[in-house]
Write a protein that binds this ligand. Structure first.
Ligand code: 16C
Length: 256
């Protein structure tokens, strides 16, 4: 049934990424797979503190500082009905729709297209008064990963962003302070097939999401101001982004 759905949506063939020829590839491969393992670790064990909750969405942090600057790792879990992991990660990765859901952005530029699934992006974020304005330069990669722990389950999808350097955007130019970040969105779809053997529709889909982020804001920001921004922006982002994907996919063919 699923195979027929995929055929119908012409999603069967996905060519391998052309990114392996690029000098960044070994790092992209290593960081993406490390992030996948990290995301799959649970939040039990007492190191994670729940700081925001809304329905199925739960957000945890670990308070950490580097040279007096808060760099609290964040881990969020969420369950969203009616969409697939491929759709979620596609819209997280795709620069074409970023302004539709990313409210911290002022400007964004794709500096390099390494492959269809791998980009280098420069973002200028909104200024938070009275701190200096921040920019972020990172590679962004999306991929499907076969589920090796359960062969019958749907594949896992991951989108991963990690700070990098690029000759078109040196960090010591201008008045921006550059943040450094490692972020991943890991998604897995489960399908509750209709009991009457009918076709799988969006009503039968559930997508389990894990979002992990570590952002070093660079420069100097008082810890209390930074934690206030985190507490406000992360829940806002995850609620807005997941609702955007739901709305966007509604009435569209399912992309498994
Ligand atoms: O993962 C997210 N978005 C991705 C695509 O944009 C990408 C981006 C990561 C965000 C990097 C943070 C950049 C600094 C933002 C400055 C704060 C702007 C607040 C504007 C309020 C009007 O991976 C979703 C990201 C969700 C939002 C994260 C907020 C992180 C706050 C970091 C604080 C930095 C310093 C702020 C100075 C007070």
């Amino acid at each position: 049934q699923q195979y027929l759905e995929k055929l119908k949506n012409k999603q069967v063939v996905r060519f391998p990424s052309q990114a392996p020829a690029h000098p960044l590839w070994p790092e992209i491969e290593r960081v993406t797979l490390e992030q996948l393992q990290y995301a799959r670790l649970g939040v039990e064990g007492g190191v994670w503190q729940l700081f925001a909750e809304d329905g199925e969405m739960k957000m945890y942090k670990r308070e950490e500082e580097v040279d007096g600057l808060a760099v609290d790792p964040l881990k969020a879990v969420h369950t969203v009905k009616g969409v697939t992991g491929r759709e979620m990660t596609h819209y997280f990765f795709s620069p074409d729709v970023r302004f539709e859901w990313e409210t911290t952005l002022e400007q964004m530029k794709v500096l390099e297209t390494i492959a269809d699934d791998t980009l280098v992006i420069l973002q200028i974020h909104k200024r938070v008064w009275p701190a200096s304005q921040r920019d972020a330069l990172f590679w962004s990669h999306v991929r499907r990963v076969p589920n090796d722990t359960d062969r019958d389950a749907q594949d896992i999808w991951i989108a991963c962003n990690h700070s990098t350097e690029h000759h078109e955007a040196p960090s010591n130019e201008g008045k921006m302070v550059r943040v450094s970040l490692t972020v991943c969105l890991v998604c897995q779809t489960s399908i509750e097939p209709p009991s009457d053997g009918g076709p799988v529709t969006r009503d039968h889909l559930t997508c389990k999401i894990t979002y992990c982020s570590v952002v070093n804001p660079g420069g100097w920001v008082p810890t209390s101001a930074l934690r206030a921004v985190y507490k406000r922006e992360y829940p806002k982002f995850l609620k807005r982004f997941t609702q955007y994907v739901k709305d966007r996919c509604d009435k569209q063919p399912i992309l498994f």
